[in-house]
Design a protein around this ligand. Structure first.
Ligand SMILES: C[S@@+](CC[C@H](N)C(=O)[O-])C[C@H]1O[C@@H](n2cnc3c(N)ncnc32)[C@H](O)[C@@H]1O
Length: 491
């Protein structure tokens, strides 16, 4: 079957990033640059047209579509519209592509600076159905080499990476009503069990907080409004009650700032003082009684052994996230970086919110701190600060940025789940803590260097006042041997 058009005249194309359609003998139509294109430019976003597996097996694969369709993540076949179907293959591609199930589209992005007139090529995979015209021979692979799964236009006869790597028990788990709650043992991950809750006064963890006595209880409402306005509704203190009443005395909890807070001038108040307050909510009634001797604390028994329920739909969401993560690892590997990735998908059943993906770039950036987690946090921070992406370019900070009391508004990962290919190192675990992540799910434990259950478990250390849930994916559910890195490395 000849997949190329018989015409040798390529049509014009109105692509705003300076791409044109060109023709090369032996390859047919392809996508070419018309001007220099910088690295990491999104050159095309192609909407896709889907074919069910059945439609494809019965019809599509017997037609020329066979050479144009992408294996979608859920087993369907997708035909990219726009320029998407015209990128030719190269073993040393200058464009990467990402399947986006949220928008049913494929995104194409340059992986290096592109010269004018250069052809833009993607990598189809190792099993090609044609003799590739290639200017170099870097990519010679044996017949039985496993497809690296970096997306890849593929013939429908190839089993997709996803379908071979998901085992039968996972497939059975994913099949069924999406609202059904999956019992803990059947979940495809194991939760890290935090050490038991403190049940003795000596083991209660505390931190110093500023408080002030309020002689006139009628001022409380005004002071609560002032706290809000001053940006002092810090999530660090969310487990504590704001007001303490002891007999006639009413005391207001203000902040955990290092320096004494400046109180409103129009209310007559004594000087604020620092007192120890518990660092977390009480998980048991005994602990509640003990913690309340420091400061009134909220009782949150749900977190003791009883974990958040996962409906089947959420498991499917996590499986998709793991696949995206694995594909990012492979992309990193192809680029010569360590196959370590971090991914924050949109929260389960949310249509909008924060979303980011990053891989380790220590090798390519020649920078020891470019760990996947740090790259991810940096990416989210850049998006949050309205596109000031390059941290090396000094920006005039706004008045808001300079207000230390507004620090709470910069908690980058509050209520989000981060998927990681590897257990994060201690530095990255600390970055996740500072970002106030809700939950971390990782694939590969790092016993010698990990900071989430390996060498140490940062969220459970004395003095750390934010906890996040840690889950380890059962690695045997996916064929992910190629992301395993040396255990002595930091991830
Ligand atoms: C997705 S299409 C790409 C667009 C195609 N060139 C056209 O004109 O429609 C895939 C087909 O392009 C051709 N092709 C892609 N990369 C090639 C390469 N490096 N060398 C030779 N042919 C290539 C093969 O015929 C393949 O089946």
């Amino acid at each position: 079957m000849n997949s190329q058009s018989t015409s040798t005249a390529a049509p014009e194309h109105l692509n705003s990033t300076g791409c044109r359609i060109g023709y090369t003998e032996g390859k047919g139509r392809g996508v070419y640059a018309t001007c220099p294109i910088p690295k990491r430019t999104v050159v095309e976003i192609s909407p896709v047209l889907f074919f069910s597996k059945q439609e494809y097996d019965d019809h599509g694969k017997h037609t020329v579509l066979d050479h144009y369709t992408f294996n979608w993540k859920d087993g369907r076949m997708a035909l990219a519209l726009g320029l998407g179907s015209l990128f030719n293959h190269s073993n040393t591609p200058n464009v990467s592509f990402t399947l986006d199930p949220q928008t049913d589209s494929i995104r194409y992005e340059t992986v290096r600076d592109i010269d004018p007139h250069e052809e833009l090529c993607i990598f189809y995979g190792h099993k090609l159905w044609f003799d590739p015209l290639e200017s170099n021979s870097l990519g010679e692979h044996s017949e039985d080499e496993v497809d690296d799964g970096w997306g890849g236009l593929s013939m429908v006869n190839d089993e997709s990476e996803d379908s071979v790597s998901e085992n039968a028990s996972l497939r059975a788990l994913l099949d069924g009503n999406e609202d059904e709650i999956i019992d803990e043992e059947s979940l495809p991950f194991i939760r890290y069990k935090p050490p038991p809750e403190e049940e003795e006064l000596a083991t209660i963890r505390t931190m110093l907080a500023w408080v002030v006595d309020v002689p006139e209880p009628r001022h409380i409402t005004t002071l609560l409004k002032w706290l809000k306005k001053a940006g002092l509704e810090n999530p660090d203190l969310g487990h504590l009650k704001r007001i303490r009443k002891q007999g006639e005395k009413t005391t207001l909890l203000i902040s955990t700032c290092l320096s004494a807070p400046t109180l409103p001038e129009d209310i007559d108040l004594p000087e604020p003082v620092q007192v120890p307050v518990p660092t977390s909510a009480a998980l048991t009634l005994t602990s509640l009684a003990l913690k309340t001797t420091f400061w009134p604390t909220f009782y949150a028994p749900r977190r003791k052994g009883e974990s958040e329920a996962w409906p089947r739909g959420k498991v499917r969401w996590a499986v998709e996230a793991i696949k995206t993560l694995a594909s990012e690892c492979r992309k990193a590997k192809i680029r010569g970086d360590l196959p370590i990735a971090a991914y924050v998908p949109l929260p389960y059943s949310a249509d909008e919110g924060k979303k980011a993906i990053a891989h380790d770039t220590r090798v390519s950036a020649k920078h020891p701190l470019r760990h996947a987690v740090l790259n991810l946090v940096r990416q989210i921070a850049a998006a949050e600060s309205q596109g000031r992406e390059d941290e090396d370019v000094p920006v005039q900070p706004s008045e808001d940025d300079m207000n230390p009391l507004r620090n709470g508004s910069n908690y980058l990962l509050t209520s989000l789940t981060v998927f990681l290919s590897h257990e994060p190192c201690i530095m990255c675990s600390m970055a996740l803590l500072h970002s106030r992540v809700k939950e971390v799910i990782y694939l590969h434990p790092m016993e010698k260097t990990g900071g989430c259950g390996g060498l140490a478990c940062l969220p459970t250390l004395q003095g750390v006042n934010h906890r996040f849930d840690i889950c380890r994916w059962k690695i045997d559910t996916f064929n992910l041997q190629d992301i395993i890195i040396d255990d002595n490395l930091d991830a």
